[in-house]
Design a protein around this ligand. Structure first.
Ligand SMILES: [Ca+2]
Ligand SMILES: [Ca+2]
Length: 122
């Protein structure tokens, strides 16, 4: 699931609403919502209209319920903790790329460990 969130960050650089080339937690959350629920632009503009009318949290338009929301926030915190290298609270594309490399290294290390264990058992 954590990897899904990280892939979401990659796919959804277009969710960089303030165009600072970094994703903050809120932008990542929007990106996740986009991927999880396949919101199209029409729905998003409908949501924006609802927001303007002051009834933003209406069932049906807001498709993440509170439990999911907390879960996603925790995941995002975890992603930021692992990959936000300069601790500015944003995930830049460079940090994202570095994070993917680190994941790859971690995976290789753990598979090596498993191999060693296997040979020790022989
Ligand atoms: Ca941004
Ligand atoms: Ca950062």
């Amino acid at each position: 699931m954590l990897n899904l969130v990280k892939n979401v960050v990659h796919i959804n650089r277009l969710h960089d609403f303030d165009n600072n080339t970094k994703l903050d937690g809120l932008e990542i959350l929007q990106a996740i919502r986009h991927v999880m629920h396949g919101e199209n632009e029409e729905e998003q503009s409908a949501n924006a209209e609802a927001n303007q009318r002051g009834n933003s949290i209406t069932k049906g338009t807001d498709s993440i319920d509170e439990d999911d929301f907390i879960y996603f926030v925790e995941l995002i915190d975890q992603v930021l903790e692992e990959d936000d290298l300069d601790d500015d609270g944003f995930l830049s594309y460079a940090e994202y790329v570095q994070g993917r490399k680190n994941d790859h290294i971690k995976r290789e290390k753990s598979s090596q460990k498993n191999t060693q264990k296997y040979f020790k058992c022989q």
